[in-house]
Ligand binder design. Structure first.
Ligand code: AP5
Length: 224
């Protein structure tokens, strides 16, 4: 059976992290989020975290060489040998090419790129109302997905906070960067016949069902 090497991407606030929480238990594949890896490094005060923080706070992309090295290292770990779901990487054509090179050296290739598609106005509404668990990063929304008790995570009782990069001017910059640097990946993967579009404006449970159905179909096709 071939590995399922999947990419999950989309604009900021499309619901990638929300779906990650739901998808984690569905498939025997590691879920690798570059945003989460960077935030862990910032929290732990590593060299990488110090380098990344100013870019993240401004809503800019962390330089390709830093990210490519971080992901290359992660993909060499044992749990990624049978496939993976990458969230937030690649985000530039250069990153996509670096990933393709690394995989081809292993005789592998990207199986599919899943785009969670959401328009800009919805991104702004979602990020402005997002609240995140300080301990494990579970996502909530004050209006669309509120916790049972205001300011408290349903899953582990930790405090909910607003992310530093969810300030209005940083959100606008993240969207600008997405359209300029990441959206060209849509054509890149379209040309390779690897693009799968998911309507991210549907409620989280429907988006989850759609992604699961797409992955399950691919898994069947890989087994044929
Ligand atoms: P990263 O953490 O990857 O941020 P992002 O891509 O901007 O995505 P978000 O985490 O903001 O949103 P999401 O899609 O996960 O949405 P969520 O599920 O939370 O990256 C952060 C930074 O790290 C970047 O800006 C960059 O600096 C750096 N970085 C990371 N990777 C990099 C790379 N490869 N190269 C260079 N730099 C990199 O949902 C948002 C809100 O909407 C929540 O409140 C949620 O409850 C709600 N919601 C979710 N789904 C729905 C729905 N279906 N209906 C209604 N509400 C919903």
């Amino acid at each position: 059976m071939s590995e399922l090497d999947l990419i999950l991407f989309g604009p900021p606030g499309a619901g990638k992290g929300t779906q990650a929480d739901r998808l984690r238990g569905d498939f025997q594949l590691p879920f690798i989020s570059t945003g989460d890896m960077l935030r862990t490094n910032v929290k732990e005060g590593t060299d990488l975290g110090r380098k990344a923080q100013e870019y993240m706070d401004a809503g800019e992309l962390v330089p390709d060489d830093v990210i490519v090295a971080m992901v290359a290292d992660r993909l060499q770990q044992g749990d990624a040998q049978d496939g993976f779901i990458l969230d937030g990487f690649p985000r530039t054509i250069e990153q996509a090419e670096a990933l393709e090179k690394q995989l081809s050296e292993l005789g592998r290739r990207v199986t599919a790129a899943l785009l969670i598609d959401v328009p800009d106005e919805e991104v702004i509404r979602r990020l402005a109302g997002r609240r995140v668990c300080v301990k494990s990063g579970h996502n909530y929304h004050v209006e669309f997905d509120p916790p049972k008790h205001e300011g408290v995570c349903d899953q582990d009782g930790s405090r909910l906070i607003q992310r530093d990069d969810d300030q209005p001017e940083v959100i606008r910059n993240r969207l600008r960067v997405y359209h300029e640097k990441t959206a060209p990946l849509i054509e890149h993967y379209d040309e390779q016949g690897l693009m799968r579009r998911i309507d991210g404006t549907r409620p989280p449970a429907e988006v989850h069902d759609h992604i699961r159905a797409v992955i399950a179909t691919m898994r069947l096709e890989e087994n044929v």
